[in-house]
Design a binder for this molecule. Structure first.
Ligand SMILES: Cc1ncc(COP(=O)(O)O)c(C=O)c1O
Length: 400
């Protein structure tokens, strides 16, 4: 499957020997996305939403079409539920600050998990300091997934928000939201899902997930950096105050007071990431042209192949083997620092990630400071995995 897909990614014509295994950090960009961005800057550019001239109104239409495209892509009620931000991080900060500021106070609790990226931990700590609520974390299981039973047990009358990852950027495990979402809604607790890792690998359906907020970043789904998406359930548009003030988010401004715009505009202050949104629209076209379930199976097959070979090596430790998981293989080699492995692999044009993966509480929980991580995207193939494994064996011999 996807035999000639590398041809669509210009980096491979410049670097034919590249083995890129860091898609979980950020994906490579197909030519269609790159071209949409350069064409927009070259031939279509002006500010959106403001100009009466056709250059601006044409680009505004194209920009707003991306909102509809995203809405369909994640099966949201309407494009009106889609807010553009500069990143998933900004989207989470927006929800955390506006919700905490309005609804959280001393004695309240919010629940995250040990599996979260710092983007879904630190904003909560910052708000907890300001508004005095408690941050509670659900445990994880041996297989690297959220301990749903523990999480459900931690929900009580003080719980005012639940914020969890959809697919872990370290263990790759996919959270099953069925019971979590049901219990949250039975108890009137809003649910945020961090979809950064899930969005480009498996179909996302916010209606089925029944979440209040869903966030992701453009750069992880073959699109540009500098744009993020926040899906927000209708009722929150009225209940939350704006996050930032400035142009575009207003209704009337007088010298001593402001009234705000309604809907997504209320949360989009200033000039939006115009060209990034256009690029993101093209990356969704790219994904729609390649069935997401096929992409998932392709990446999972590569993962399974690598996992099988690596788990038979007696000096390899693999973190995360949940049944429901994506193509993320996090590992360590006994007695070798992961950075040393990455540096030797880089000499063979193999790009893997090492470090704490912005998940220090998880690292502490599994008793390591850092790990190596190979993560798969649509452009990887079996040959990439073979080169990676061969080089890994050579690196081990060399470093030992
Ligand atoms: C699970 C998860 N959440 C949040 C983020 C933050 O995304 P960004 O840095 O694009 O805002 C990442 C990025 O690595 C991630 O993997």
């Amino acid at each position: 499957m996807f035999e000639n897909i590398k041809n669509q990614f210009p980096v491979y014509s410049e670097k034919p020997n590249l083995v890129f295994l860091d898609t979980a950090a950020s994906s490579l960009k197909p030519i269609s996305v790159i071209k949409s961005i350069s064409d927009c800057y070259a031939y279509e550019y002006s500010n959106v939403h403001r100009g009466l001239y056709s250059l601006s109104s044409n680009l505004t239409t194209k920009f707003e079409n991306v909102r509809s495209k995203i809405s369909k892509f994640i099966n949201s009620e309407s494009e009106e539920n889609i807010i553009f931000t500069k990143s998933a991080t900004e989207a989470i900060n927006l929800v955390v600050e506006t919700y905490s500021n309005k609804f959280l106070t001393e004695d309240d609790e919010i629940i995250i998990s040990y599996l979260e990226h710092h983007a879904n931990i630190v904003p909560w700590h910052m708000a907890a300091k300001k508004y005095k609520f408690k941050v509670i974390a659900a445990e994880i299981l041996e297989d690297g997934s959220i301990d749903v039973e523990d999480l459900l047990n931690k929900i009580n009358s003080k719980t005012k928000f639940i914020s969890l990852v959809h697919m872990s950027n370290v263990t790759g495990s996919i959270t099953n939201f069925e019971q979590i979402s049901k219990k949250a809604h039975d108890n009137n607790i809003p649910l945020l899902i961090d979809g950064c890792q899930h969005i480009a690998h498996k179909t996302t359906n916010v209606e089925e997930l029944n979440c209040d907020f869903y966030v992701f970043s453009g750069h992880k789904l073959y699109g540009p950096s500098g744009v993020g998406v926040l899906y927000m359930k209708q009722k929150w548009f009225e209940q939350l105050d704006p996050y930032q003030g400035g142009g575009s988010m207003i209704d009337v401004v007088e010298i001593d007071k402001t009234s705000y715009a309604q809907g997504f505009q209320k949360f989009e202050a200033g000039t939006p990431p115009i060209v990034q949104v256009i690029g993101l629209g093209e990356s969704i076209n790219f994904l729609n042209n390649h069935n997401l379930e096929d992409i998932f199976n392709h990446e999972k097959n590569l993962y399974d192949y690598a996992y099988e070979k690596m788990s038979s090596m007696n000096d390899v430790l693999i973190y995360g083997d949940a049944i429901q998981k994506g193509g993320i293989l996090t590992f360590n080699i006994k007695n070798i620092h992961p950075n040393d492995i990455a540096m030797v692999l880089d000499q063979n044009n193999i790009a893997i990630r090492t470090g704490h993966h912005c998940a220090q509480p998880l690292m502490k929980k599994i008793g390591v400071q850092s790990t190596a991580r190979a993560s798969f995207g649509i452009y990887n193939d079996k040959n990439d995995v073979d080169i990676f494994l061969e080089s890994l064996n050579k690196a081990k011999d060399f470093l030992k």
